[in-house]
Design a protein around this ligand. Sequence first.
Ligand code: ADP
Ligand code: MG
Length: 238
Amino acid sequence: MTALTLTNVNKSFGAVHVLKDISLTVEDGEFVVFVGPSGCGKSTLLRVIAGLEDATSGEIRIAGEQVNLTPPSKRGIAMVFQSYALYPHLSVRKNMSLALRQEGQPKDVIEQRVANAARMLNLDPYLDRYPSELSGGQRQRVAIGRAIVREPKIFLFDEPLSNLDAALRMNTRIEIANLHRQLSASMIYVTHDQTEAMTLADKIVVLRDGRVEQIGSPMELYNNPANQFVAGFLGSPS
Ligand code: ADP
Ligand code: MG
């Protein structure tokens, strides 16, 4: 099954045309990486998929259903942002359960889901701490935990490692790959880092100036880049 289909999606802010005729698909369970230089529209594209911004034109389908007018909380999507945006006055446990409490989930369901996510992310010892008492890597794991407890069909990650140092980036990248194996969800992962793209992706979407330049597996793009831009971006020899 196809989890997500975008057909000729455009997004303008006033006179600024940011996303230009974006068409792509994400299959169930697929790990798709969006790469492209800063300012090419990656975050805007995620926000349009999540419903945090409306598309100016084009169609968005999730599991076959048109969702252009569906509010973010009803799309079965959870987003992990670049800045973790944890609530400083809430414990890790409360940060992770907040969305579920707002949804009105029963207490036992909330406890179960937080416990599962904490186990997956090795956060058990930190559930009663506050964000200021955590390292950067632990905070990012809490941010991921907040997404997991919602049991989304599609995870969106917006440059989740960009605030971490090199060693932590590698660890967290491996953790995200492990999570993808454990959860039966599709993941869309935005980065401007070639190594992240090549190591994580089933499929890479190369974006440039709001357009799709090429879509393919890491090896396809590496061996057969459509143009100099893709070749240069992925470090392939041609
Ligand atoms: P990326 O995530 O690839 O760095 P963004 O999606 O953040 O790129 O931004 C793409 C372009 O859209 C930029 O030129 C940015 O200035 C513009 N943009 C993003 N959000 C808005 C907004 N709310 N209003 C006006 N312009 C915006
Ligand atoms: Mg961005």
